[in-house]
Ligand binder design. Structure first.
Ligand SMILES: Nc1ncnc2c1ncn2[C@@H]1O[C@H](COP(=O)(O)OP(=O)(O)OP(=O)(O)O)[C@@H](O)[C@H]1O
Length: 252
Protein backbone atom coordinates (compact mmCIF):
# COMPACT_ATOMS: atom_id res chain seq x y z
CA UNK A 1 0.00 0.00 0.00
CA UNK A 2 1.28 3.45 -0.83
CA UNK A 3 -0.19 6.57 0.71
CA UNK A 4 0.57 10.26 0.74
CA UNK A 5 -0.53 12.85 3.24
CA UNK A 6 -0.49 16.58 2.47
CA UNK A 7 2.22 16.14 -0.13
CA UNK A 8 3.45 19.47 -1.48
CA UNK A 9 5.94 20.06 -4.28
CA UNK A 10 7.69 23.37 -5.00
CA UNK A 11 10.24 24.51 -7.55
CA UNK A 12 12.50 27.37 -6.53
CA UNK A 13 10.12 28.28 -3.73
CA UNK A 14 6.99 28.28 -5.95
CA UNK A 15 4.43 25.73 -4.80
CA UNK A 16 2.97 23.81 -7.74
CA UNK A 17 1.17 21.07 -5.81
CA UNK A 18 -0.44 21.45 -2.41
CA UNK A 19 -1.76 18.95 0.13
CA UNK A 20 -2.07 15.90 -2.10
CA UNK A 21 -3.42 13.04 -0.02
CA UNK A 22 -4.01 9.69 -1.70
CA UNK A 23 -4.21 6.00 -0.95
CA UNK A 24 -3.29 3.47 -3.63
CA UNK A 25 -4.66 0.07 -2.75
CA UNK A 26 -2.39 -2.95 -3.24
CA UNK A 27 -2.86 -4.56 -6.65
CA UNK A 28 -5.12 -1.81 -7.92
CA UNK A 29 -4.72 0.74 -10.69
CA UNK A 30 -5.07 4.35 -9.61
CA UNK A 31 -5.61 6.84 -12.43
CA UNK A 32 -4.25 10.36 -11.98
CA UNK A 33 -5.86 12.87 -14.32
CA UNK A 34 -6.25 16.61 -14.69
CA UNK A 35 -5.37 19.44 -17.06
CA UNK A 36 -1.82 20.21 -18.03
CA UNK A 37 0.35 21.80 -15.34
CA UNK A 38 -1.65 20.75 -12.27
CA UNK A 39 1.23 18.78 -10.75
CA UNK A 40 0.59 15.16 -11.71
CA UNK A 41 4.13 14.47 -12.94
CA UNK A 42 5.59 16.33 -9.97
CA UNK A 43 3.50 14.15 -7.68
CA UNK A 44 4.81 10.93 -9.31
CA UNK A 45 8.38 12.26 -9.27
CA UNK A 46 8.12 12.88 -5.51
CA UNK A 47 6.95 9.29 -4.91
CA UNK A 48 10.03 7.93 -6.64
CA UNK A 49 12.30 10.61 -5.14
CA UNK A 50 13.17 11.84 -8.62
CA UNK A 51 12.57 15.33 -7.23
CA UNK A 52 15.92 14.92 -5.45
CA UNK A 53 17.71 15.30 -8.75
CA UNK A 54 15.53 18.10 -10.15
CA UNK A 55 17.27 21.44 -9.49
CA UNK A 56 15.20 23.69 -7.23
CA UNK A 57 12.62 21.01 -6.37
CA UNK A 58 11.50 20.47 -2.79
CA UNK A 59 8.91 18.17 -1.29
CA UNK A 60 7.07 18.26 2.02
CA UNK A 61 4.38 16.08 3.56
CA UNK A 62 4.31 12.39 4.10
CA UNK A 63 4.79 9.39 1.79
CA UNK A 64 4.28 5.98 3.31
CA UNK A 65 4.89 2.52 1.93
CA UNK A 66 3.21 -0.31 3.84
CA UNK A 67 2.72 2.00 6.81
CA UNK A 68 6.31 3.24 7.02
CA UNK A 69 7.67 6.61 5.93
CA UNK A 70 9.59 5.93 2.73
CA UNK A 71 12.63 7.81 3.99
CA UNK A 72 12.85 5.39 6.94
CA UNK A 73 11.90 2.31 4.93
CA UNK A 74 14.33 3.07 2.10
CA UNK A 75 17.19 5.38 3.03
CA UNK A 76 18.84 4.73 -0.34
CA UNK A 77 17.12 5.71 -3.58
CA UNK A 78 18.36 2.52 -5.25
CA UNK A 79 16.49 0.47 -2.65
CA UNK A 80 13.41 2.70 -2.96
CA UNK A 81 13.35 2.21 -6.73
CA UNK A 82 13.60 -1.52 -6.28
CA UNK A 83 10.16 -1.33 -4.70
CA UNK A 84 8.73 1.61 -6.63
CA UNK A 85 9.56 1.54 -10.36
CA UNK A 86 8.81 4.17 -12.95
CA UNK A 87 7.81 4.22 -16.61
CA UNK A 88 8.02 7.48 -18.53
CA UNK A 89 6.08 8.98 -21.41
CA UNK A 90 8.91 8.52 -23.87
CA UNK A 91 10.37 5.01 -23.85
CA UNK A 92 13.90 5.31 -22.47
CA UNK A 93 15.78 2.06 -23.12
CA UNK A 94 19.50 2.27 -22.53
CA UNK A 95 21.62 2.52 -25.69
CA UNK A 96 22.72 -1.09 -25.40
CA UNK A 97 21.42 -4.54 -26.27
CA UNK A 98 17.97 -5.76 -25.28
CA UNK A 99 19.61 -8.31 -23.00
CA UNK A 100 21.85 -5.74 -21.30
CA UNK A 101 18.86 -3.46 -20.71
CA UNK A 102 17.31 -6.18 -18.59
CA UNK A 103 20.49 -7.45 -16.98
CA UNK A 104 21.78 -4.10 -15.82
CA UNK A 105 19.20 -3.45 -13.08
CA UNK A 106 19.36 -7.12 -12.04
CA UNK A 107 23.14 -6.93 -11.65
CA UNK A 108 22.73 -3.68 -9.74
CA UNK A 109 20.57 -5.62 -7.31
CA UNK A 110 23.08 -8.41 -6.86
CA UNK A 111 22.02 -11.02 -9.43
CA UNK A 112 25.07 -12.12 -11.43
CA UNK A 113 24.50 -15.79 -12.24
CA UNK A 114 24.24 -16.04 -16.04
CA UNK A 115 21.62 -18.78 -16.05
CA UNK A 116 19.47 -16.97 -13.51
CA UNK A 117 19.81 -13.72 -15.48
CA UNK A 118 18.77 -15.53 -18.64
CA UNK A 119 15.72 -17.04 -16.96
CA UNK A 120 14.54 -13.70 -15.61
CA UNK A 121 15.07 -12.00 -18.99
CA UNK A 122 12.98 -14.60 -20.77
CA UNK A 123 10.30 -14.56 -18.11
CA UNK A 124 9.80 -10.76 -18.10
CA UNK A 125 9.94 -10.57 -21.90
CA UNK A 126 7.17 -13.17 -21.98
CA UNK A 127 5.23 -11.17 -19.37
CA UNK A 128 5.22 -8.10 -21.60
CA UNK A 129 4.51 -10.11 -24.77
CA UNK A 130 7.89 -9.38 -26.37
CA UNK A 131 9.63 -12.73 -26.21
CA UNK A 132 8.45 -14.01 -29.58
CA UNK A 133 9.32 -10.69 -31.20
CA UNK A 134 12.87 -10.40 -29.82
CA UNK A 135 14.12 -13.82 -28.70
CA UNK A 136 16.39 -14.16 -31.75
CA UNK A 137 17.91 -10.70 -31.41
CA UNK A 138 18.55 -10.23 -27.71
CA UNK A 139 22.08 -9.00 -28.41
CA UNK A 140 20.98 -6.32 -30.84
CA UNK A 141 20.47 -2.72 -29.78
CA UNK A 142 17.24 -1.93 -27.97
CA UNK A 143 17.15 1.31 -29.93
CA UNK A 144 16.28 -0.66 -33.09
CA UNK A 145 12.95 -1.70 -31.60
CA UNK A 146 9.76 0.19 -32.49
CA UNK A 147 8.47 2.76 -29.99
CA UNK A 148 5.82 0.38 -28.67
CA UNK A 149 8.34 -2.45 -28.33
CA UNK A 150 10.73 -0.10 -26.54
CA UNK A 151 8.00 0.86 -24.08
CA UNK A 152 7.21 -2.80 -23.40
CA UNK A 153 10.94 -3.42 -22.91
CA UNK A 154 11.02 -0.55 -20.40
CA UNK A 155 8.11 -2.15 -18.55
CA UNK A 156 9.98 -5.50 -18.63
CA UNK A 157 13.08 -3.75 -17.26
CA UNK A 158 11.02 -2.19 -14.48
CA UNK A 159 9.33 -5.44 -13.43
CA UNK A 160 12.53 -7.53 -13.66
CA UNK A 161 13.50 -6.41 -10.17
CA UNK A 162 10.03 -7.20 -8.84
CA UNK A 163 8.78 -3.86 -7.58
CA UNK A 164 5.47 -3.74 -5.73
CA UNK A 165 4.54 -0.34 -7.15
CA UNK A 166 4.80 1.00 -10.69
CA UNK A 167 4.48 4.70 -11.43
CA UNK A 168 3.54 5.41 -15.04
CA UNK A 169 3.66 8.91 -16.47
CA UNK A 170 1.57 8.91 -19.67
CA UNK A 171 3.09 5.60 -20.81
CA UNK A 172 1.03 5.41 -24.02
CA UNK A 173 0.92 8.99 -25.18
CA UNK A 174 4.03 8.94 -27.37
CA UNK A 175 3.00 5.73 -29.13
CA UNK A 176 1.02 5.10 -32.29
CA UNK A 177 -2.59 3.95 -31.66
CA UNK A 178 -1.88 0.22 -32.14
CA UNK A 179 1.17 0.24 -29.88
CA UNK A 180 -0.69 2.35 -27.32
CA UNK A 181 -3.50 -0.20 -27.27
CA UNK A 182 -1.00 -3.01 -26.80
CA UNK A 183 0.68 -1.25 -23.87
CA UNK A 184 -2.71 -0.45 -22.35
CA UNK A 185 -3.65 -4.13 -22.56
CA UNK A 186 -0.37 -5.00 -20.89
CA UNK A 187 -1.03 -2.57 -18.04
CA UNK A 188 -4.53 -3.99 -17.66
CA UNK A 189 -3.09 -7.51 -17.45
CA UNK A 190 -0.77 -6.38 -14.63
CA UNK A 191 -3.71 -5.53 -12.36
CA UNK A 192 -3.54 -7.51 -9.15
CA UNK A 193 0.20 -8.12 -9.41
CA UNK A 194 1.39 -4.55 -8.97
CA UNK A 195 0.01 -1.38 -7.47
CA UNK A 196 -0.04 0.95 -10.45
CA UNK A 197 -0.37 4.73 -10.41
CA UNK A 198 -0.88 5.99 -13.93
CA UNK A 199 -1.00 9.57 -15.18
CA UNK A 200 -2.94 9.87 -18.41
CA UNK A 201 -4.54 12.65 -20.42
CA UNK A 202 -6.75 10.10 -22.09
CA UNK A 203 -9.91 10.08 -19.98
CA UNK A 204 -11.36 7.09 -21.82
CA UNK A 205 -8.18 5.19 -21.03
CA UNK A 206 -8.31 6.29 -17.39
CA UNK A 207 -11.87 5.02 -17.21
CA UNK A 208 -11.03 1.69 -18.85
CA UNK A 209 -7.94 1.04 -16.79
CA UNK A 210 -8.29 2.50 -13.35
CA UNK A 211 -10.09 1.09 -10.33
CA UNK A 212 -9.85 4.40 -8.50
CA UNK A 213 -9.33 7.84 -9.92
CA UNK A 214 -7.81 11.04 -8.55
CA UNK A 215 -8.51 14.34 -10.25
CA UNK A 216 -6.02 17.19 -10.00
CA UNK A 217 -6.88 20.80 -10.76
CA UNK A 218 -5.04 24.12 -10.72
CA UNK A 219 -6.35 26.99 -8.66
CA UNK A 220 -4.44 30.27 -8.48
CA UNK A 221 -1.47 28.54 -10.13
CA UNK A 222 -1.28 25.76 -7.56
CA UNK A 223 -2.29 22.17 -8.24
CA UNK A 224 -4.42 20.22 -5.80
CA UNK A 225 -6.68 17.18 -5.71
CA UNK A 226 -10.33 18.08 -6.17
CA UNK A 227 -11.93 14.63 -6.37
CA UNK A 228 -11.10 10.99 -5.82
CA UNK A 229 -12.94 7.71 -5.53
CA UNK A 230 -13.94 4.58 -7.38
CA UNK A 231 -13.63 5.38 -11.07
CA UNK A 232 -17.16 4.49 -12.17
CA UNK A 233 -18.68 6.30 -9.18
CA UNK A 234 -16.72 9.45 -9.95
CA UNK A 235 -17.58 9.31 -13.67
CA UNK A 236 -21.27 8.64 -13.05
CA UNK A 237 -22.07 10.41 -9.82
CA UNK A 238 -19.71 13.28 -9.10
CA UNK A 239 -21.40 16.23 -7.47
CA UNK A 240 -18.45 18.51 -8.21
CA UNK A 241 -19.38 20.77 -11.15
CA UNK A 242 -15.75 21.29 -12.23
CA UNK A 243 -15.09 17.54 -12.23
CA UNK A 244 -18.27 16.92 -14.17
CA UNK A 245 -17.28 19.52 -16.80
CA UNK A 246 -13.80 18.06 -17.05
CA UNK A 247 -14.92 14.45 -17.37
CA UNK A 248 -17.51 15.32 -19.98
CA UNK A 249 -14.99 17.29 -22.00
CA UNK A 250 -16.51 20.71 -21.35
CA UNK A 251 -13.55 22.00 -19.33
CA UNK A 252 -9.80 21.44 -19.05
N1 LIG B 1 11.77 21.26 -13.12
C1 LIG B 1 10.87 22.22 -12.94
N2 LIG B 1 11.25 23.48 -12.59
C2 LIG B 1 10.34 24.47 -12.42
N3 LIG B 1 9.02 24.30 -12.58
C3 LIG B 1 8.58 23.07 -12.95
C4 LIG B 1 9.48 21.98 -13.15
N4 LIG B 1 8.76 20.89 -13.50
C5 LIG B 1 7.46 21.29 -13.51
N5 LIG B 1 7.36 22.59 -13.17
C6 LIG B 1 6.12 23.37 -13.07
O1 LIG B 1 5.28 22.74 -12.12
C7 LIG B 1 3.91 22.81 -12.52
C8 LIG B 1 3.36 21.38 -12.53
O2 LIG B 1 4.01 20.65 -13.59
P1 LIG B 1 3.80 19.09 -13.79
O3 LIG B 1 4.63 18.70 -14.95
O4 LIG B 1 3.97 18.40 -12.52
O5 LIG B 1 2.24 19.07 -14.18
P2 LIG B 1 1.42 17.98 -14.97
O6 LIG B 1 0.05 18.02 -14.40
O7 LIG B 1 2.13 16.69 -14.95
O8 LIG B 1 1.44 18.58 -16.44
P3 LIG B 1 1.34 17.80 -17.84
O9 LIG B 1 0.04 17.09 -17.82
O10 LIG B 1 1.39 18.91 -18.85
O11 LIG B 1 2.52 16.89 -17.93
C9 LIG B 1 3.89 23.50 -13.86
O12 LIG B 1 3.59 24.86 -13.64
C10 LIG B 1 5.33 23.35 -14.38
O13 LIG B 1 5.68 24.44 -15.20
Amino acid sequence: MITTENLCVSYNGRTVLRDATIEAKPGSILGLVGPSGCGKSSFLAALNRLTEIIPGASVSGRIQFDGQDIDTAFPSSVELRRHIGMIFQKPNPFAMSIRRNLELPLREHGIHDRQHLGQICESVLRDVGLWDEVSTRLDQSALNLSGGQQQRLCIARAIAIKPQVLLMDEPCSSLDPMSAERVEQLIDSMRGQYTILIVTHNLAQARRLSDQITIFWTEDGVGRIIEQGDTETVFNETSNAIVDSYLTGRKG
